[in-house]
Design a protein around this ligand. Structure first.
Ligand SMILES: C[S@@+](CC[C@H](N)C(=O)[O-])C[C@H]1O[C@@H](n2cnc3c(N)ncnc32)[C@H](O)[C@@H]1O
Length: 267
C-alpha cells in the first residue's frame, strides 16, 4: 500500500496501477497540454495529436478507476494555439465518463498575443464524475460574499418580511458560478516557486473545498510544484502526488515540508 502524504517521482501511468480501485475521493489533474509550453520537454513528448489523445485517455481511465463512487476528477485544459486538441480530449472523455461540469477560469490577463484573433485569456477545467453515488460536492463550502451595495439593496427591499432572516441569508454569501476570475501567477508573484505552469492556490482551494471533506484522500497525477497537495495539507485532507520530473518533485516536497514546519512553529 502506498503511504498517504507522499510525493513520488514517477510516470503516473506506471504509478497509478499500484493504487487500489475506489480509494481516492478527489483527483485534480493538470496534465501536459501538448505543444503549448514549447520550451518544456514534458509538453512535447508526443509525435502527433492522436498519440497525445490516446495517452490522455489511458491516464484518464486509470484515474477514474481510482475514484470512489461520487468522486470528482478535475482536468485542466490550456488556452493557446492548440486548444482544439483539448476540445477533442473533452469530447472523448465525455463519451466515456460521466460529465459533471465545465469551469471557465478567467486568468484576468491574456496568455499570448495572437495577431489574427482575440487574445486567449481563459482556461477550462473539465469535471468528470464517478457514478454510483451522489457527487461529493458541497456548494456551501465555497460561497462568495455579496457586495456591500447588493446587501444594502436587498435589505431595503420591502418584499422581504423578515429582515433578520434576510440578513442571515445575505451573510452566508451567494453560490459561486462556474466562471472564475482569478489572476494567473506572474513571474514576480510571491506565490511563484519556479514551475512554469504553477496554478494559483486560490483556484485549487476552490476545487478542493467544494469537492472533498476533511480526512479524504486527494490525488494529483501531475503535481508539478505541488499546489494541489499543498491545499490538501492546509485543509486536513490526505494526499498522494506524482511528478515525472525529479526537480519538480523535490520542489513540491520542499514546499510541503516548509508549510508543515511553519505549522509546527506556530503551535
Ligand atoms: C501543467 S504541469 C502541473 C503544474 C501544477 N499544477 C502546479 O501547480 O505546479 C504538468 C506537470 O506534469 C508533469 N508530467 C508530465 N508527464 C508526466 C507523467 N507521465 N507522469 C507524471 N507527471 C508528468 C510535468 O513534469 C509537469 O510538471
Amino acid at each position: 500500500m502506498i503511504p498517504f502524504n507522499t510525493i513520488h517521482t514517477a510516470d503516473c501511468l506506471d504509478f497509478m496501477p499500484q493504487l487500489p480501485a475506489a480509494s481516492v475521493h478527489l483527483i485534480v489533474a493538470d496534465p501536459p497540454y501538448f505543444r503549448v509550453q514549447l520550451q518544456q520537454a514534458w509538453d512535447n513528448q508526443w509525435p502527433d495529436e492522436t498519440e497525445y489523445l490516446d495517452w490522455s485517455l489511458r491516464w484518464l481511465r486509470e484515474a477514474m478507476r481510482l475514484l470512489v463512487p461520487g468522486g470528482l476528477l478535475y482536468v485542466f485544459g490550456q488556452v493557446g494555439k492548440r486548444e482544439h486538441v483539448w476540445l477533442h480530449l473533452q469530447s472523448r472523455a465525455c463519451a466515456e465518463f460521466a460529465f459533471h461540469d465545465l469551469i471557465i477560469w478567467d486568468r484576468a490577463v491574456g496568455y499570448n498575443e495572437r495577431r489574427d484573433s482575440f487574445t486567449p485569456a481563459y482556461e477550462m477545467i473539465l469535471a468528470l464524475r464517478k457514478d454510483g453515488a451522489p457527487p461529493r460536492f458541497d456548494k456551501d463550502a465555497v460561497r462568495e460574499p455579496y457586495e456591500a451595495k447588493t446587501q444594502a439593496l436587498y435589505l431595503r427591499d420591502k418584499r422581504y418580511k423578515d429582515p433578520q432572516a434576510r440578513r442571515a441569508h445575505l451573510e452566508k454569501g451567494k453560490y459561486a458560478t462556474n466562471v472564475w476570475r482569478i489572476a494567473s501567477l506572474k513571474g514576480a508573484s510571491k506565490e511563484k516557486l519556479g514551475h512554469p505552469t504553477q496554478k494559483p492556490l486560490e483556484l485549487i482551494e476552490r476545487l478542493l473545498l467544494s469537492s472533498s471533506r476533511a480526512g479524504d484522500l486527494v490525488f494529483d497525477p501531475f503535481c508539478g510544484s505541488g499546489t494541489t497537495l499543498f491545499a490538501a495539507q492546509k485543509y486536513g485532507r490526505a494526499y498522494i502526488g506524482v511528478e515525472i520530473n525529479a526537480e519538480f518533485a523535490t520542489l513540491a516536497r520542499r514546499r510541503l515540508e516548509t508549510y508543515s514546519n511553519v505549522l509546527r512553529c506556530s503551535k
